[in-house]
Ligand binder design. Sequence first.
Ligand code: ZN
Ligand code: ZN
Length: 692
Amino acid sequence: MTKRSWPAGVTSWEDTVKFAQLLFGMDIPFENYSERLPHATEKSFLLFAKGACAEGRPLRKIQEFIPKQMEEIAEWEQNVRGNSSRPTKSQQMLGRDKSQVYYWSVQLTRASCLCRSVFGADAHQKHVPTSAEVWGTASKFAKLWDATLARNYAHFQTPHMRPIWLDKTWQVLWNWNDHKQHHHIEPHADLCATYNHLDPIASLSFGHGGVLTLTSNIKRSKTPVGPTKMLYQSDGDALLMAGQFQSEFLHGVPARRTWSELRSSSMYAGMQTWEKTGMSREIEMHQGAVTDDPHVRMNCTIRWHSSHFPGCPQAFADPSVLARPGELSTPAAGSRQRTPPKESSTQATQPLLTGAAQAPAARVQEPPVFSGIRRQDSVDEQPSSSKTQRLSSLEESHETIRHLLACIDACVRHSELFALAINGTPLVGATSVHEKTLQKIVETVDCLRRQLLIASEAVQRCGFDESKADAVNYKALDVMALAAQQRKNIQRHLGEFLVSDLRGGGSWMIETKNRPTQNCLRQDPQYRKCLLSHHQLALLLQEALSEDMMRQHQEIALDLRTHAAVLPEKVTCAKRHALAKQHLNEDLGLDSYDVPSGSVVLLKAVEIGYVSVGDGNEARRIQTNRNLWSKLTEELTVAEIATSVRSGILAALEHLRTLDVDRKFCDRTTGETASHNYDVWVWLTTATSPKR
Ligand SMILES: [Zn+2]
Ligand SMILES: [Zn+2]
């Protein structure tokens, strides 16, 4: 009897089926491929879903995204390098000699993750940012993926069992193979430092058919064992590899020219008729191919980062982990199940000194700093590949490299200024001035990246191998580029609320600067200033934002009747005077506010922006202006308003964590994800009698 781990992991066949339904929908037929595995096992699961991404299915779009994203990267590469020498190299999976191309590949992650897993053949791609948000096509994929999973999950009707993959960081690899160029992948396991066996790996197939060979990875004898099973995927088919699949089995993608040989092996007999037919058709095509057009098979694998590299905005805040560059930031052992965030800092009597409201006074002097270039001491070791060099020239090249790195490091350190510049632009009210500032930042980042790339390649030419060239990394630049892009997106979403009226117009959502100690709104004393984690606020916006209630109450409304579990019944809030409006700018300590389960909660304002600028004595607040609601609904539907509210605030929360990539302003370090570790003040009230 296998253990079930849903909704936090997949360790049984039942879990695997649920996962397939989350990705592909309830109406997709699937087969249990346990008989197709090289040996019997209760720990690994292989699910085949015929047509899960075929014509008419939402994930079909990925087929268009793959070549478009490859074009986008090639164009970007040309721009960054400033010349046209092999602009497509950064998508090739290369052999040791750097000339054989195994196949083409693109790696992307869910924003704001910047992690890149290096598999070896792609070591030369690391200057290419992975975060989907900085790419046009990848952003479209991210949207499609989120929307598809959310829609499929809606059919589960288990709001108290939210699968963790709705919030988790995915990592996709898009592979492009041309059968005519004999592209192939040797038998391997999809293991990397951030992988966890509780997360299944999905593989979607597009275009020409593909063969997958499976090899038992359990060493019984000293002689290496070859593949003993194979399967065929045709256009639109999907596979899920779950449980211990990656440690029990190897999988490989043989070149099409070897298929006729495979057809005479004993593995062929175990295939279903439709697989044999598909395979034979491809073999015929291979033999009969006369024209120049490629026979392309594209493959999308979806994996999950269960941990993050330091310097990634998704990395957790354990200071001991951050102190060890190169190692991973992992959640505390055994904390896989979602537990309520531990509110240690909110027990303090000085609520207003939590990062959510204001940076502690001692930190005010420090501007937010992006981490710079990691300089490994190992650069000074004698590189093995240049042993024959004379000592003097070796010393000379070391000296050159040291200067080079110091110089680039100094450039990248200017990122502090960029962070201030980014943070200085308002969240609401995008003007062309701010657009220009952000554009300038993006251009400067590109320029620095070019210099870093040139320097890093120079290091390699001096005889240092790839690992020594690792002394430079692109994390700081990736963070800046992402932050600028996020700021643009926030301004775009929150800029939707601009309305024109008789007095010249205004915005339904405005940005104000206030005292961080304020505990009551003078005009609207019914709202309480409550402390939520980023994670709680994000869940509320994703699950409980209700268009019906917004229509009724004419403001941002969260319906907890079906999502009672998102908030505790007592929420920490800022204490205020018994006569609400007295001493409203004083820090009176903490209190708690009752939010009975099943309430409708109205949200007036969010105090966003803990990275202090100026004198550090201001809280930035975005709040709604009730008077403009009816004007706004003349120009936007309530559904559109809800979408922009959700996207804008979620983006702003993510943006704050990106700016604080060094985790200096964390409120806690005990959460499972970065979003558990930050707090934010929100002004809310429970709805009593809805106005009609
Ligand atoms: Zn990451
Ligand atoms: Zn693989």
